[in-house]
Design a protein around this ligand. Structure first.
Ligand SMILES: [Mg+2]
Length: 300
């Protein structure tokens, strides 16, 4: 993150008094802000591609834009680079943060205002060892921190995962809710064989059992499954969400800022899902506290 000198560039649009303007530095996921304001950003470590060069071979300096034009910023980033959603999310998060700070309001207000003051938060169990996972879950339950747990499956043989889940469900009983995330690990035949067993264990939700491309397969599974299905890697964009909704391939979608490319794109995906009656779930990766804070602003 760098802060620009306060001098205005020739021909640049003047920022609104009290608000920063920005220009992007294309060699890294960073952002320059004038008026001495800087925003916080989380980056997944990806970079935007370099800009086109001028006729004399010198890199063109990026134009300076008003920082409160979030939609314009998104369009400019999409023109400059395809995908790179983590970097775009970092830049957009910084813009919301800087504008929010300059106005003295939270980012959620810039998105239309809070609609929820509390959201339930679950804990992920990923060690793969059921004894260790039961101990971890018991710790969260006794501390009254979490009563819902997501179990990462798919790294082991399906039979081993089912045995592991049987131990977890038996030990935690009605004191906890369990969902599972297969991270695209199964083919359709394996998933069709495992879903009834997951339903018998009381698993509340199965996330992305099939590869991201197999939306039709997700729809076929959902048609005969007693457990609701959640789409994660199948949905990056609002177009993906429309395809999943059209195929009736999911009951829930996992929303992530770094997957969708920022707050506005996440809101667009959520709007398509809500129009189709598909539930919203706030997922996350291993973000910093800054990234988690931005996700919380989005989900509230
Ligand atoms: Mg997932």
């Amino acid at each position: 993150m760098r802060v620009c000198p306060p001098e205005a560039e020739a021909g640049a649009a003047a920022p609104r008094p009290g608000l920063p303007s920005f220009s992007t530095t294309w060699s890294s996921p960073s952002i320059d802000l004038v008026l001495g304001l800087s925003g916080l950003a989380y980056s997944g470590g990806k970079t935007l591609r370099r800009p086109p060069v001028a006729r004399n071979g010198a890199p063109r300096p990026p134009p300076r834009q008003r920082a409160d034009r979030f939609e314009v910023a998104g369009v400019l980033m999409d023109v400059a680079a395809k995908r790179n959603t983590a970097a775009k999310s970092a830049i957009e998060t910084a813009l919301y943060d800087a504008v929010g700070r300059s106005l003295g309001v939270p980012a959620s207000l810039l998105l239309g205002g809070m609609v929820k003051y509390r959201i339930p938060v679950l804990w992920t169990l990923a060690p793969g060892d059921p004894g260790q996972e039961i101990e971890e879950a018991e710790g969260k339950l006794s501390a009254r921190l979490h009563r819902s747990f997501k179990v990462k499956i798919g790294a082991q043989d399906p039979a081993a995962d089912l045995a592991r889940l049987r131990r977890l469900a038996g030990a935690l009983g009605d004191r906890a809710d369990l969902i599972v995330d297969a991270n695209q690990a199964w083919d359709e035949i394996t998933a069709a064989r495992c879903l009834p067993a997951l339903a018998d264990l009381g698993i509340r939700l199965v996330e992305q059992p099939l590869p991201a491309w197999n939306v039709a397969g997700m729809a076929r599974l959902r048609d005969r499954s007693n457990v609701p299905l959640m789409a994660d890697e199948s949905v990056f964009s609002a177009h993906d969400m429309l395809a999943v909704a059209s195929a009736a391939a999911a009951d829930v979608v996992s929303l992530k800022l770094v997957k969708h490319g920022g707050l506005l794109n996440t809101r667009n995906v959520a709007a398509v899902a809500e129009a189709a009656g598909i539930g919203l779930y706030g997922g996350c990766l291993l973000e910093s506290s800054i990234g988690a804070a931005a996700q919380a602003e989005m989900m509230t």
